[in-house]
Design a protein around this ligand. Structure first.
Ligand SMILES: Cc1ncc(C[n+]2csc(CCOP(=O)(O)OP(=O)(O)O)c2C)c(N)n1
Length: 642
């Protein structure tokens, strides 16, 4: 079906092609990507936008000897197709299939494991230094988007890169988009390449006029030349990078092979820090994605011919949607509520809020650290900021949460969407560390709702509590429960007992409450009676409830979609120890001490024993064999693999 692509098993096969054949190859790659993503879902717009650039990079450079370092890595589908994963590409993002991101374990062409943004310049610079220390001679090329360039981390890399003055190439892929349109001063600065053209034409006119003034023309011209640099600095985008010590090349047209090949060939000869500014179009070549690049940034399955998304209209509203709607409603009543997103207004459900309250909504760009300290500033002045950031990306802002928010006990609310297993995006995106990275910080309240209605109550609670408060909720649809017309404030640290049973007490957190209840029903059929508790709060824990249940049973099971280490179960064990309740034996169900692979949420929950059947089996075994045997199985990963 694909004349050119089918013959390419490595970049060496690509290099055999004539430059004139590359556009046809690009179209084949485009078709293959669209077909696969329409079935599996994935990051479409970004990958379509860099097909020509990817082919040109592999055509000119010599990977894997030359290191190509992708930023975020969501745009690397063409790279995967050209580097030996053509056959496997149909398994993209599926459990057991290839990853949606570059992964060092998957291929020697994937120089850096990635998924979070803005790491490429630092990583590439490390590789440059390693090359020089080892006395090797190859190129290192970082490919970074204009959205990812907004992060402080990228500038930290640029800062050192310009200073070291080594042979490093940065390709800035500028499509003027992050997921949504790019924001911030840097973005406006880059988009001045239009003005750059304007500058060149003005320069020509001025030159001509000066030359034609008899006598004074030439000397005026010299003065004008001297002024040129400062004039250029005012209006040409590259000067920022030049000032930082990079040789700026561009902007060049990112879908024209002649320009790309010529520029890469030229730059290859240099031995200094170079930044090539490439202008591309997000979604290039697929009309629905060109028209709506944000929707097709990360997309589920869709009808290829129409671009219509395959959606389950019957599904209950997603947690994200419930969050966004409620926050907007509450903001009408309380003008102190402001919302902050780090380049994800759509993904976090804040688009509606942004529309209604443009002056109280801030998209800070991919700048989670700045976003949190910015919230701290707002809170210090009496506002109620809500930082809506996915659990996995909030990892970036650990010190800002600790030092800038929790230490001064400022009332910032953290809406941590995608807490737990997120599915196909895999280990870089699972939000399974948040309970552990938050619960040891003084002053913070950490909670997780059992359903979308409780999420409403928790949002209200977080806004009313006058302390730092984090709510973690899962990716996907809610439980389908009725939504209370008005949320109430929960009593801080109060758990909810959902069923009675004398054999074992199951403490479940967040999205694990419903499967724990179903597991209790399964267990009942086998004569095991379990009390099920909706923990609601990880911090402060409901120690009263723990005491109460410890008086009824000597077996506790905790269930959480978080790593076991330092998680909710650990908090329960610590409380038992502190309370001197040594007679209680505990078994913790959660994620093992490993990075969880990609795959659908259902598959992963099944594999790691976090679904109804898995929880019921573990409880049953725990009661049958006692703590020691079940624990040793978990340690060897077998319990998790059942
Ligand atoms: C630290 C971090 N925050 C947020 C994200 C989510 N995210 C993935 S891609 C993306 C936009 C990246 O924009 P850009 O670098 O311009 O690449 P493009 O998709 O436009 O090609 C964002 C915000 C992320 N991957 N990492």
């Amino acid at each position: 079906m694909y004349k050119y692509l089918n013959e390419i098993n490595s970049p060496a096969d690509l290099k055999i092609l004539a430059p004139e054949e590359l556009p046809a190859l690009a179209e084949e790659i485009r078709d293959r990507i669209i077909r696969t993503v329409s079935e599996n879902g994935g990051h479409l717009s970004s990958s379509l936008g860099v097909i020509e650039m990817t082919i040109a990079l592999h055509y000119v450079f010599d990977a894997p000897r030359d290191r190509i370092v992708w930023d975020v890595g969501h745009q690397a589908y063409a790279h995967k197709l050209l580097t030996g994963r053509r056959e496997a590409f149909q398994t993209l993002r599926q459990h057991g299939g290839i990853s949606g991101f570059p992964n060092r374990e998957e291929s020697p062409y994937d120089t850096f494991t990635v998924g979070h943004s803005s790491t490429s310049i630092s990583a590439a610079l490390g590789m440059v230094e390693a090359r020089d220390l080892k006395g090797e001679d190859h190129k290192v090329i970082a490919v970074i988007g204009d959205g990812s360039m907004t992060a402080g981390l990228a500038f930290e890399g640029l800062n050192q890169g310009g200073h070291l003055d080594k042979d490093l190439i940065i390709v800035l892929n500028d499509n003027e988009m992050s997921i949504a349109p790019n924001v911030g001063a840097l973005s406006s600065y880059l988009s001045r390449h239009m003005t750059g053209d304007f500058y060149v034409s003005i320069q020509k006119i001025v030159e001509n006029v000066l030359r034609n003034i008899p006598g004074v023309g030439e000397s005026m011209l010299k003065v004008a030349k001297r002024l040129e640099d400062s004039l250029k600095g005012l209006i040409v985008p590259g000067m920022l990078f030049e000032e930082l010590g990079f040789n700026y090349v561009g902007p060049i047209k990112g879908h024209r092979f002649d320009r790309l090949l010529q520029t890469f060939e030229n730059v290859k000869k240099l031995r200094k820090p170079v930044l090539i500014h490439v202008a591309t179009q997000k979604g290039k070549g697929y009309r629905p994605a060109e028209e709506n690049p944000s929707v097709f940034h990360g997309v589920g399955p869709f009808e290829r011919t129409t671009g219509k998304l395959v959606k389950n209209d019957e599904a209950p509203p997603a947690y994200t949607e419930v969050f966004g709607k409620l926050l907007t409603r509450l903001a009408f009543e309380d003008e102190k509520i402001v919302a902050v997103s780090a380049a994800m207004p759509g993904g976090t459900g804040l688009e509606h809020f942004a529309e209604k309250f443009p002056d109280r909504f801030y998209d800070v760009g991919i700048a989670e650290q700045h976003g949190i300290t910015f919230c701290a500033g707002l809170a210090a002045e009496g506002f109620k900021p809500v930082a809506a950031i996915y659990s996995t990306f909030l990892q970036r802002a650990y010190d800002q949460i600790l030092h800038d928010v929790c230490l001064p006990d400022l009332p910032v609310a953290f809406a941590m969407d995608r807490g737990g297993l997120v599915g196909d995006d895999g280990p870089t995106h699972h939000g399974c560390f948040d309970i552990s990275y938050l619960r040891h910080i003084p002053n913070i309240i950490v909670m997780s709702p059992k359903d979308e209605n409780e999420l409403q109550h928790m949002i209200k609670t977080a806004l009313d509590c006058r302390h730092p408060a984090a709510i973690r909720y899962p990716r996907g649809a809610g439980e389908g429960v009725e939504l209370a017309p008005y949320p109430r404030t929960l009593r801080i640290g109060e758990a909810e007992r959902l069923s009675l049973g004398e054999h074992v007490a199951v403490f479940a957190l967040g999205q694990m409450v419903t499967p724990a209840l179903r597991a209790a029903r399964l267990l009942k059929k086998g004569g095991i009676h379990a009390s099920v508790v909706n923990a609601r709060f990880v911090k402060p824990l409901d120690v009263g409830m723990i005491r109460e249940l410890a008086a009824e049973t000597d077996r506790f099971v905790t269930v959480e979609e978080n790593v076991l280490m330092g998680g909710f179960g650990s908090a329960v064990m610590e409380a038992l120890e502190q309370e001197g309740l040594h007679h209680v034996r505990v078994h913790r169900i959660g994620l093992p001490d490993t990075f969880i692979e990609h795959g659908s949420q259902a598959i992963l929950r099944g594999k790691y024993g976090l679904d109804d059947g898995g929880i019921a089996r573990t409880v049953e075994e725990f009661l049958r064999h006692g703590r020691r045997q079940v624990r040793s199985r978990t340690v060897h990963g077998k319990a998790a693999n059942r």
